[in-house]
Design a protein around this ligand. Structure first.
Ligand SMILES: Cc1cc2nc3c(=O)[nH]c(=O)nc-3n(C[C@H](O)[C@H](O)[C@H](O)COP(=O)(O)OP(=O)(O)OC[C@H]3O[C@@H](n4cnc5c(N)ncnc54)[C@H](O)[C@@H]3O)c2cc1C
Length: 387
């Protein structure tokens, strides 16, 4: 297993608990900061509970829903349906706790500060794949690439899809401030940029900017100053962050939403962002990684039981993964369509402000707890056209 982010470490845990012997490798040491909005959707929180890590949720800050805000002051706000809550959870905490849980499993060996730089994959001839783990070549029955957005495993396996034409980048940091007492994720939609603020503690908020290359280039050289400037421009509760103490170096990441042609090959699967990342506009990547790692563990169990780890047998992973994330992928495309048309997006947000029922149903899908069929045609029209 190459990569110990949420996708890799949760899958490693599940496989070890099935009785498989697993080697989990990551070049980083934990805790580490990761550029991420850190909003864990209810479906992701459920997966943490199923892994026996419910206590982790107490270390984050619950949020009851989502608010969109426009420069002219328009706000559309909705709670998750049925009293569900999301959790603002720092990746430094989440990822370290998952890695620690892995270290406590007897069947699981964890090697940190160890990069995988070479990979030899089998043809159809029945040989086993090998990876150079640090200085040592290691053979395995199955390689799992869980190595994130830019996935070297995906590249080495020749599974990289062309990058999206419209590039987007993320910039993120944490700011300490006086308590906000406002437990929602807020998205300020500016012209050509969106600013997500997710409370992760009473007095600490994550600020994540999503924007295009031109704006990112304008911020280069002083990412923190640039992020503070946009927080000031967004106003409202963002002003408290703009004036707050930055807790670490502000970082940028991208281009985002890189894809794989498929998530399997002979004796290899890709999971999490390595298998294809959605644009973070819906704040789902961690939840998708946790939910789909459960599906991957089922596919792997079936493949081992049948004694068949061929690309043909593992193709069901690509199919099941795609089916699982299809509703969110469609929702993400709809939001990106709007993000590229700020005037149109403003009309839609105004329309959602007047139709809290529609917004609530959309949020149920985004939360990963309601089927796409819960969105009516009327809701879809309102989302896309704003009438
Ligand atoms: C700006 C921004 C905002 C976001 N907001 C949210 C949000 O609010 N909610 C949400 O759920 N998601 C959000 N996401 C998405 C989320 O961050 C990702 O989907 C998530 O991190 C993917 O997890 P992963 O385990 O697949 O990969 P990662 O978390 O990236 O982990 C991959 C691991 O692989 C290791 N690795 C890489 N290469 C090698 C190698 N060669 N050898 C060994 N180890 C290696 C890395 O060190 C890393 O630890 C956001 C993303 C961005 C960029």
């Amino acid at each position: 297993m190459i990569g110990a982010g949420p996708a890799g470490s949760s899958l490693a845990l599940r496989l070890a608990r099935q009785g498989r012997s697993v080697l989990l490798v990551d070049g980083a040491t934990f805790p580490r900061e990761k550029t991420c909005g850190e909003g864990l959707m209810p479906a992701g929180a459920d997966e943490l509970r199923s892994l026996g890590l419910a206590h982790l949720l107490d270390q984050g800050a619950p949020f009851r829903g989502l608010r969109y805000r426009l420069p002219d002051g328009t706000r559309a706000e909705s709670d998750f349906p049925a009293g569900q809550v999301g959790t603002g959870l720092r990746r430094a905490l989440l990822d370290e706790a998952l890695v620690s849980a892995c270290q406590a499993e007897p069947e699981l060996e964890v090697r940190l500060r160890t990069w995988v730089r070479e990979l030899e994959l089998p043809g159809d001839g029945g040989s086993l794949p090998r990876a150079r783990v640090g200085e040592e070549w290691v053979e395995a029955e199955l390689v799992v690439g869980a190595d994130g957005l830019r996935s070297p495993v995906r590249r080495l396996a020749g599974l990289e899809a062309p990058a999206p034409k419209l590039e987007r980048f993320g910039v993120g940091g944490h700011f300490r401030h006086a308590p906000l007492g406002d437990p929602v994720v807020e998205v300020f939609v500016g012209p050509g940029w969106e600013l997500y603020t997710t409370p992760v503690a009473e007095d600490v908020t994550n600020a994540a900017l999503l924007t295009d290359r031109a704006r990112l280039e304008g911020l280069r050289g002083d990412l923190e100053g640039g992020l503070r400037g946009l927080l000031r421009e967004a106003g409202g509760r963002c002003e408290a962050l703009a004036a707050g103490e930055s807790l670490h170096r502000v970082r940028a990441l991208g281009p985002l939403a890189l894809q794989a042609t498929r998530a399997h090959a002979e004796r290899l699967i890709l999971v999490g962002d390595a298998a294809g990342a959605l644009d973070p506009i819906t704040g789902e990547g961690v939840s998708i990684g946790l939910v789909t790692s459960r599906i991957a563990s089922e596919v792997i169990a079936e493949a081992f039981a049948a004694g068949d780890l061929s690309a043909r047998a593992l193709a069901s992973w690509t199919r099941r993964r795609r089916a699982e994330i299809a509703p969110l992928a469609r929702f993400t495309s709809a939001l990106l369509f709007l993000a590229r048309r700020p005037r149109h997006a403003a009309r839609v947000i105004r329309s959602l402000a007047e139709a809290p029922g529609t917004f609530g149903r959309l949020l149920g899908v985004a939360a990963g707890t309601a089927p796409i069929s819960s969105i009516s045609v009327r809701d879809g029209v309102r989302l896309l056209i704003g009438v």
